[in-house]
Design a protein around this ligand. Structure first.
Ligand SMILES: Nc1ncnc2c1ncn2[C@@H]1O[C@H](COP(=O)(O)OP(=O)(O)OP(=O)(O)O)[C@@H](O)[C@H]1O
Ligand SMILES: Cc1ncc(COP(=O)(O)O)c(N)n1
Length: 265
C-alpha cells in the first residue's frame, strides 16, 4: 500500500486541513499519516480559535513517522509560525523526504488568517524551495510574487516571478477567477494549463487542501508531475460536482463521489 503524510492543521468541522487530507488519501486507497501543526476551532462559517503545536512536538511527530513508516509523499498545509516551518524543513531534510507538495495556506476561504505575519518570510525562504510542487491560490500567488493577478496572463507573470526562488513546479490555482477554474503549472522547462468550466457550487471549503493531497497521492504512485496534476484536477472536479450541502457557510466537499472500484491505485 502507498503511504502519504500530511503535515497540516486540524479543522474541527472536517472540511479542510488534516481531515480533508486523510479523506482524500483514503479515497485514493492509500495509507494516511499526519503531523498536526495546530488545532483550529472552525466550521463552514469561519475560524474561531487556533491553538498551535510547539515546534518540539511537531518534530516528535515527524520522528515517529519517519523512523517507522517512511512516507512516499508528503503534503504540507497550514503552518502558522516561522519556528514550526523551520523544524519541518530540518526534519524533511534529515529524513531525505521525497515528493513534497507545499500548499502555502495563508488565509481560509472564510477570510480568516491562518498564518502569522512573520511566517511568510520563512515560508518563502525555507519551505517553498524544498517543494516538488507548490500550490498557491491567486491571493497567495499575489503575496509571493508581489504582482496583482486579474486574469490568466497575470498568472503566467506571477509564476515566472515565483520561479526565481522556487526551483520545483508552481501550480497557481484559478479557483478565485470568475468564469473559469483554470490552473497553471509552471516549471523551468515548460508550462501547462489544466482547464475546467466553473462549477456553480458555493461549497468550496477545503478545495485547496484536497487538491494538494490528491497531487501527493499521485506522486506517491509514481506518476510524472503533469499526470499527477491532471488526475488531482479530475478528483477535485468530481468532489465539487457531487454537491454535498452541509453547514451554514461554504460547506465541505464530497469525497465519496467515485463509483466503488473506479480508483486506479
Ligand atoms: N467553482 C469551481 N469550479 C471548478 N473548480 C474549482 C472551483 N473552485 C475551485 N476549483 C478548483 O479547486 C482547486 C482549488 O482551487 P482554489 O483556487 O479554490 O484553491 P484555494 O483557494 O487554496 O482553496 P481553499 O478554498 O481550500 O482555500 C483548483 O483546482 C481550482 O481550479
Ligand atoms: C486547518 C485548515 N487548513 C487549511 C484551511 C484552508 O482551507 P479553506 O481555505 O478551504 O478554508 C483551513 N480552513 N483550515
Amino acid at each position: 500500500m502507498h503511504t502519504v503524510l500530511t503535515i497540516a492543521g486540524s479543522d474541527s468541522s472536517g472540511g479542510a486541513g488534516i481531515q480533508a487530507d486523510i479523506k482524500t488519501i483514503t479515497a485514493h486507497n492509500m495509507y494516511a499519516m499526519s503531523a498536526i501543526t495546530a488545532l483550529t476551532a472552525q466550521n463552514t462559517t469561519g475560524v474561531y480559535g487556533i491553538q498551535e503545536s510547539t515546534p518540539d512536538f511537531v518534530a516528535r511527530q515527524l520522528d515517529c513517522i519517519f523512523q517507522d513508516i517512511p512516507p512516499e509523499a508528503v503534503k504540507i498545509g497550514m503552518v502558522s509560525n516561522a519556528e514550526i516551518i523551520r523544524i519541518i524543513v530540518e526534519k524533511l531534510k534529515e529524513y531525505n523526504a521525497q515528493n513534497i507538495v507545499v500548499d502555502p495556506v495563508m488565509v481560509a476561504t472564510s477570510g480568516s488568517s491562518l498564518m502569522k505575519n512573520d511566517a511568510a518570510k520563512a515560508l518563502m525562504a525555507e519551505l517553498l524551495p524544498i517543494g516538488t510542487v507548490i500550490t498557491p491560490n491567486i491571493p497567495e500567488a499575489e503575496v509571493l510574487s508581489g504582482y496583482p493577478i486579474r486574469n490568466t496572463q497575470d498568472m503566467e507573470q506571477a509564476a515566472k516571478k515565483i520561479a526565481s526562488f522556487v526551483p520545483g513546479g508552481i501550480l497557481i490555482k484559478g479557483g478565485h477567477l470568475t468564469d473559469t477554474a483554470d490552473d497553471l503549472l509552471y516549471t523551468r522547462e515548460a508550462s501547462a494549463w489544466y482547464r475546467t468550466v466553473r462549477i456553480e457550487n458555493p461549497n468550496t471549503h477545503g478545495t485547496g487542501c484536497t487538491l494538494s493531497s490528491a497531487i501527493a497521492c499521485n506522486l506517491a504512485a509514481g506518476y510524472p508531475l503533469t499526470v499527477c496534476i491532471q488526475n488531482a484536477k479530475d478528483y477535485i472536479t468530481g468532489a465539487l460536482k457531487a454537491n454535498l450541502n452541509l453547514g451554514k457557510g461554504s460547506g465541505p466537499l464530497n469525497h465519496m463521489w467515485q463509483e466503488k472500484g473506479t480508483c486506479s491505485f
